[in-house]
Design a protein around this ligand. Structure first.
Ligand SMILES: [Zn+2]
Length: 237
């Protein structure tokens, strides 16, 4: 019997070790994807230098870009992870100063990834209007008209609160005189939503800057209808 009990415990310990290895692999894979996404924001012109940040949730750990390190210098061993309470659980580099915004999104939604940028056109729009005018139906893919969160100092709880209010029912928002925030079920989805928001901002700025003409805008109902179509876009009928 004693022999059998030891065997059972051995099996359990092996299973636990394998589980820990799998969890470690999941973190390593997620970090690699996070670094690739952060580099893409720079390559695609959404971020200049280290002015944006990216995070991804793996279980109860949030992996996030560190503060002040250029993304092309980030290596696998530079992984930075925090708990949902903000306590650092992985790595020695300091997490981004915008961490409160990322954590607020994970606490309030079922998001798996968050992308924050200072993309030029979106930031320009954030200084002009309280909501991005409905210039294109792709607003439906972000949950409706994209709101602008009132200005607050970067890295503060106040900014995180303003952002959460602007994100209510949406997967993206603008931060007044600051930039963009988008979340999604994956890093690629959060990235794509950021790129769509920057593109729509650019289209509105282009259309609104033609002298003597005013752009035609869509109605909220038209955008809602497009959003419903987009939910099934690419799926088999
Ligand atoms: Zn920022």
């Amino acid at each position: 019997m004693a022999e059998q009990r030891r065997d059972a415990r051995d099996v359990r310990e092996e299973a636990q070790a394998a589980g820990a290895r799998d969890a470690g692999d999941a973190v390593a894979r997620a970090w690699e994807e996070l670094v690739a996404t952060a580099r893409r924001t720079v390559a695609d012109g959404l971020v200049v230098g280290t002015s944006g940040n990216v995070s991804v949730r793996v279980g109860d750990t949030v992996l996030v870009t560190p503060t002040g390190v250029p993304y092309d210098r980030l290596a696998p061993e530079d992984v930075v992870g925090v708990g949902l309470d903000g306590r650092q659980v992985l790595g020695s580099l300091l997490p981004t100063s915008e961490l409160p915004m990322h954590l607020a999104v994970y606490r309030a939604t079922d998001a798996v990834a968050v992308v924050h940028t200072h993309a030029a056109h979106a930031t320009a729009v954030s200084t002009l209007v309280p909501e991005l005018p409905l210039i294109h139906y792709m607003a439906g893919a972000l949950g409706g008209p994209v709101r602008v969160a009132p200005y607050a100092t970067y890295g503060t709880a106040e900014l995180a609160e303003n952002m959460l209010r602007a994100l209510d029912g949406r997967s993206a928002c603008l931060l007044q005189n600051h930039g963009t925030v988008a979340h999604g079920a994956s890093l690629s989805q959060a990235y794509d939503r950021t790129a769509q928001l920057e593109w729509m901002s650019r289209v509105w700025l282009l259309a609104a800057s033609v002298p003597g003409l005013t752009p035609n805008l869509l109605t909220p109902a038209q955008v809602t209808r497009a959003g419903e179509h987009l939910k099934t876009y690419g799926q088999k009928p």
